[in-house]
Design a protein. Sequence first.
Length: 139
Amino acid sequence: MITFSKGHTFKIIKKFNQEEVLLFSKLCGDNNPIHFDEDYCKSTIFKKPIIFGMLGASLFGNLIGNNIIGSIYIKQTLNFIKPVYVNEEVEAIVIIENLIKPKNFLHLNTQLRKIDGNILAIDGEAIIKFPIDKYTINI
């Protein structure tokens, strides 16, 4: 049995390159040039390609799925605060906030921060169901 406590934090650092952004575009069917056309981006407020917000947010699923094995997403809210540029290093953070009884749900804080300047790019909250036979949560 694995035990987690309130405030337990999972983290991963990642840099999304242009190839990964193009692959995500093909997978989801979103061909917005803001993500891959440098000439187009020069005429926007961003000036260069940005990653898909959902691509950055996918790191939350990485952290949850790889650290709380067998968990199931119930809900995720996302606030896209700052753009993340292609090849910009970010840190995804998931923090255990609360246990929701009797359903064995966990309330999590989710953040994506730019490494350079520790700037919050994506903020949100998640609710997951976790397997009670594998984990205990001390709140």
